[in-house]
Design a protein around this ligand. Structure first.
Ligand code: UDP
Length: 239
C-alpha cells in the first residue's frame, strides 16, 4: 500500500477522453467507476479533492467551427458537455457515499451550483469532493486552462492530469519506439520542446503560479493514491 499523503489538497483533471475508455464517444461505465474508486481511495486518506472534467468525449468547440459554426457557440456547447460529464461523476461518487458538489462556471441552477470560489473552498474543507464543470466559463479556453485556473484559485498543493500513458514522453510512445520518458520537467522545457502536456495557456498559468503538475496514467488502479503519496508515478512538471 502507498504511504501517507504528501499533498493535502489536490486538483484532478479528467479529460473527456479519460472517461471514454476505449469507446469512440460518451462515457464508459467501467472506466468512470474505476476512477470513482480511485477518488474514494484519496478521500479515505483525508485528501481534499477537486475534480475538473473535460468534455471532449461529447463535444469540442473547434469541431463545427471548421464547418462554419460560430466558434463561441461551439465552445458554449463544449462547456455544456463538461456539465454532463460532471453529473456522471457526481453520480459515481455519491454511489460510494462520498459527499459531492458540482459547481459550474456557467450558471445552470436547476442542475448544479455556480462556481463561487469561497464556497468551493468551504466544500473542500468540509470533506466534499468538488466537481468543477464549465471550464473557465469563457470561449477559446480549454478545460486544462480551467483546471490550472482553479488549482491556483483553490490553492491546490498539486494538480494531477490523468492520461492514458505513464507520463510525458519526448514523442508519442504509441507511434515512436525511441520516445523517451521524463521523470521530471520544467514548464519552460514543456513549452520549448512543444511537449503535448497541456495547451500553452494552461502551462503558462501553472508556471507563473508555481503549481506543480503530475501527469499520471489513470488506467493503472491505485496510481492516484501513489501520486499523492509523492511516489514517482508519471512525470512531475514544476516551475
Ligand atoms: N470549453 C470552453 N471554455 C473552457 C473550457 C472548455 O469553451 O474554459 C469548450 C471548448 O469548446 C472545448 C470543450 O469545451 O473544446 C470541451 O473541453 P475540452 O476540449 O477542454 O475537454 P477535454 O479535452 O478535457 O475532454
Amino acid at each position: 500500500a502507498a504511504g501517507s499523503p504528501r499533498y493535502r489538497r489536490v486538483l484532478l483533471k479528467l479529460s473527456g477522453e479519460a472517461l471514454m475508455g476505449d469507446q469512440s464517444f460518451g462515457i464508459d461505465p467501467a472506466v468512470i467507476n474505476r476512477l470513482g474508486d480511485d477518488i474514494q481511495a484519496l478521500k479515505d486518506q483525508g485528501v481534499e479533492v477537486a475534480v475538473v472534467v473535460g468534455g471532449g468525449n461529447i463535444f469540442r468547440g473547434e469541431g463545427l467551427a471548421g464547418a462554419g459554426m460560430d466558434r463561441v457557440t461551439g465552445d458554449q456547447m463544449g462547456m455544456l458537455a463538461t456539465v454532463m460529464n460532471g453529473l456522471a461523476m457526481q453520480d459515481v461518487l455519491e454511489r460510494r457515499d462520498l459527499k459531492v458538489r458540482v459547481m459550474s462556471a456557467v450558471s445552470i441552477h436547476a442542475v448544479c451550483e455556480d462556481y463561487i470560489r469561497r464556497r468551493a473552498i468551504r466544500h473542500l474543507e468540509k470533506g466534499r469532493v468538488v466537481v468543477l464543470v464549465g471550464g473557465t466559463g469563457n470561449p477559446f479556453f480549454t478545460t486544462d486552462s480551467g483546471a490550472s485556473l482553479r488549482a491556483a484559485e483553490l490553492k491546490a498543493d498539486l494538480m494531477i492530469k490523468a492520461t492514458k500513458v505513464d507520463g510525458v514522453y519526448s514523442a508519442d510512445p504509441t507511434l515512436d519506439a525511441s520516445a523517451e520518458r521524463y521523470d521530471h520537467l520544467t514548464y519552460n522545457a514543456v513549452l520549448d520542446q512543444r511537449l503535448g502536456v497541456m495547451d500553452a495557456t494552461a502551462i503558462v498559468m501553472c508556471r507563473d503560479q508555481h503549481m506543480p503538475l503530475m501527469v499520471v496514467d489513470i488506467n493503472e488502479p491505485g496510481n492516484l493514491v501513489r501520486a499523492v503519496a509523492g511516489e514517482a508515478v508519471g512525470t512531475l512538471v514544476t516551475a
